[in-house]
Structure formats: C-alpha cells, structure tokens
Design a protein. Structure first.
Length: 470
C-alpha cells in the first residue's frame, strides 16, 4: 500500500470516528431532552411555594388567635352579626400586621427556597430568627398602632404576644421541617432536582459526579457531562457535546446550574458562555476552588455534600428584594421629581439663556446585560459640539497616551479632558454640582437605571473593555 493510500485510509478512519462521536453526542442530547420533558412541569414548584406562603399566613392567624384564647380564656368569634367578639376586636385590628410581618420575615430569611441543598438545623435557625424579629415588630406595632383610633386607650396583654411567639416557633418549625422531609422523599424519586451540567474530565469531575449522583437529597440531577479531554467518565453520564457548544447546550437541555470541575478549561470559553447566557436564563455557574485566579467579584463559597464549590455571578438580590428595590426607586424618583421641580425650572432658564439648543441631552448608554437605552441629562455643551472629541480622547487614554488633548505634557489627565471648550458656562456649574444628572430620574422611572448604582457607560467605552470587565 502506498503512502498516499495510507494517508487516505487514516483520514477516512478519522472522519468515521468523528462522525460516530457526533452521532453518539446527538443521540445523548436527544435522549436527555426527552427525559427532561417528562419531568415535573416547571410551574409546579412555584405553585408549591405560593401554597406554602399562603398556608404560613393561615398559620400566623391560628397562632395569634389561639394565643389570645389560651391567655385570656375568651371567645374569638361573636355570637351576633359581628365577626369577632368584643374582647378579641382590638387584637383583630392588628391581625393584618401580624400576617404581613410574619411573611415578610420568612421571605427575608429565604424560607421558601426549594432549590439545592438544605439543612434541618439551618432551617430551624432561620425560622427562629424570622419569628423572633417578627414578634418584636408585632409588639412594636401593637403598642404604637393601638388598633387605630377605636382602641387608642386599650392595653394589650403581653402574655398574648409571648404565647404567640412560643406557638409560632413550634408550629412553623414543625410545619417547615415536615415540608423539608417531604422534599427529601420526593427528591429520591427524581423530583425537584436542579438540572446540572458538569464540565471536566479529571479527578474533580469524577468526584463531583460521584457525590451528586449518590446524594439526590442535595437536590441536583446530572443531565450530562462536557469532557475537556477524551478521557471517559465511566459513571453512566451521557457526553452531550464539547466545550464549544456550552452556551447552546445550556439552552437546549434547560440547564439551571453548570459545575466547572476541571482547571484546564479555557477562561475565555467559560466567560464567553456566561455572557451569552445572560441573566434571563437564571443559570448559576459553580467552579472548583482550583480556579480562584479567574474569580470575579460576585462569588459565594458553599459546600455541597463534601464538595467545596464557588458560585459565580450569583445575584446579590432575591426576587423579593428586587421588587422592594424597584418600588423604592420609583417612590424616591417620584418624590425627587416633585420636590426638585423648581430647580428644574431654574436650570432650564439658565440653559436657554446661556446658549441656543435643546434643554435635555439624550445619549446612548449601556445598561444591565448590555441593553442600550437613551440616557437623559441637562445639556451642558454647545449645540454644535464635536461628538467625536471625547471618543478619540478616551481611546488614546486607553492606548496609554494620558496627555492627549490637554496641551500640557507635564500633567497627565485621566478620564475627562481638561479645559474642554465645548462646555458652556452653565454646563460647567451643572457638571461640578452633578445637577446635570437630575433628568436621569426619568430613566429610573422607566426602569433603565437605579437611584443607587454606577453611572452607565457609553457604548464606545464598553467596546474597549476586556472580557472580565464586561
């Protein structure tokens, strides 16, 4: 056989092997997708959390009412057309606060979290904290509110609140521990498990798969593995693709968590997948501690079974905290717009008096997850100002020429150009006092910015960012 024929034969074998591997991978993906579609529908667990939330509200009422009946030895409901008895009426007046405080404290302690691992001891501690702080707030409300004007002179029994505290600790602990036990049971039946993808081939990947498959009570289901090398894992876990397909596989297999269990993975590949997935997919990336050199700021160290894990880019705010933050932004911006209306009028007058042009200046900025929006500011430059001036200056600064456009080589300038001739007299004052940013309250109302946070960058600034900076 000639050399050419041998090369042709080797090439054919390689192509056949590649084709075979692709077919196996595609089959594994199809089988995995089929299994995932047969799982419990995604809406079930949110419905369960809502049901538990409502039951906690009912339990709050029962504990408070039972504490009154036990301590005062009086009836709760009236015999006539009224709902509550005369003795219980002052307590019924603060009952809405009792429910609101109890549920808010439980939300704050993340009692309704159903994902991932949990501990019975930690659950009891969370309940104790929530009930203790909640009881103190209930007492404060009772003695400040006094049931409204109707019961202003009424003196609440401290014994009722102490009994309510004891009953709440007992009832909520028993209820939620029973729920956690039920959660453990259903997890052993492959329900309420987080679809997880493992990336790696070495010892770390082997240990990760072994621990998570042996402990379904931890709440994880290994959907598949993406090997870094050709080494087989040997744990009956399908190979669903290669590292280049990570972002597409996450979407295709409805992955909720990715465990990086191999320090040979390319940092660029890892962060590229994170950026492509974005926040909307709600995917958490966990990484083995040996990769600490690429950790960004938003990390959290946890232990899953015997495995130390680092979660990347975990959102610092829960859904409830995001709602509170958004409501706060809207309220603060509305109040500020009303109170600062006279200041707006004065600034408007000086801008029009100082130079011709519009009052407001609109500029594209980059918001969360790379979304482009129009940012509002008071105009501080002349209407015909060169818009490319700052862009060129910024890029020369990035290139290391810090003295660009300053006219003074002895005093390097970082950030904005010194003695910018494009800025008006009024604009200089507005910039020094940051009053030019007042119209950004409109962006806050539109949900594009927040009252507290870093200023959004300009698109051409983001273009110069490195991958980790993005």
């Amino acid at each position: 056989m000639s050399v050419g024929e041998k090369l042709a034969l080797d090439t054919t074998k390689q192509e056949t092997a590649i084709s075979s591997n692709r077919m196996k991978t595609q089959t594994a993906i199809e089988n995995t997708v089929s299994r995932e579609k047969n799982r419990v529908p995604l809406f079930v667990m949110p419905c369960v959390r809502i049901a538990v939330f409502l039951l906690d509200g009912v339990l709050s009422i029962l504990c408070f009412a039972l504490a009154f009946a036990w301590r005062e030895n009086k009836t709760i409901f009236a015999a006539d057309e009224r709902i509550f008895s005369r003795e219980f009426a002052p307590y019924a007046a603060i009952l809405p606060f009792v429910i609101l405080i109890r549920l808010t404290m439980f939300l704050y302690q993340h009692i309704y979290k159903t994902r991932g691992a949990f501990s019975y001891t930690t659950e009891i501690v969370k309940i104790f904290k929530a009930v203790s702080v909640g009881s103190l707030l209930i007492i404060a409300v009772a003695f400040l509110f006094r049931g409204g004007f109707e019961f202003r002179n009424f003196s609440y029994s401290r014994g009722v609140f102490l009994l309510d505290f004891a009953l709440a600790i007992t009832a909520f602990s028993a209820f939620h521990l029973a729920l956690r036990y039920a959660q453990t049971v259903i997890r052993k039946r492959d329900i309420n498990l987080i679809p997880t993808l493992v990336v790696g081939s070495g010892t770390q990947a082997v240990n990760t798969i072994r621990e998570l498959k042996a402990r379904p009570d931890l709440g994880y289901r290994i959907v598949g593995i993406i090997p870094i090398s050709t080494t087989q894992n040997g744990f009956d876990v399908p190979i669903v693709g290669d590292i280049g397909d990570l972002s597409s596989l996450i979407k295709e297999l409805a992955i909720q968590e990715v465990v990086i269990a191999d320090d040979s993975i390319s940092h660029e590949t890892l962060f590229d997948a994170m950026m492509k997935i974005g926040r909307k997919q709600r995917v958490e990336f966990r990484i083995a501690p040996s990769l600490f050199d690429v950790l960004p700021q938003k990390t959290q160290v946890e232990q899953i079974g015997v495995l130390p894990m680092v979660t990347l880019f975990r959102e610092p705010l829960s859904d409830f905290e995001r709602i509170v933050k958004r409501v706060s932004d809207v309220v603060i911006s509305l109040i500020a717009l009303v109170l600062l209306a006279p200041v707006w009028l004065i600034i408007t007058f000086f801008i029009k008096f100082d130079s011709r042009g519009a009052i407001l200046f609109r500029q594209e900025r980059v918001g969360m997850d790379g979304r482009i929006f129009l940012c509002f500011k008071f105009r501080t430059m002349f209407a015909d100002a060169d818009q490319d001036f700052h862009k060129n200056y910024y890029r020369e600064n990035i290139a290391g020429n810090q003295t660009a456009n300053t006219g003074n080589n002895e005093k390097p300038v970082y950030g904005k150009p010194a003695n910018d001739k494009r800025i008006t007299r009024t604009g200089r004052f507005l910039r020094r006092s940051s009053l030019d940013e007042l119209p950004q309250l409109l962006n806050v109302l539109r949900g594009e910015m927040s009252v507290v946070g870093a200023p959004p960058p300009i698109p051409y600034e983001v273009e110069e960012y490195e991958l980790l900076q993005r």
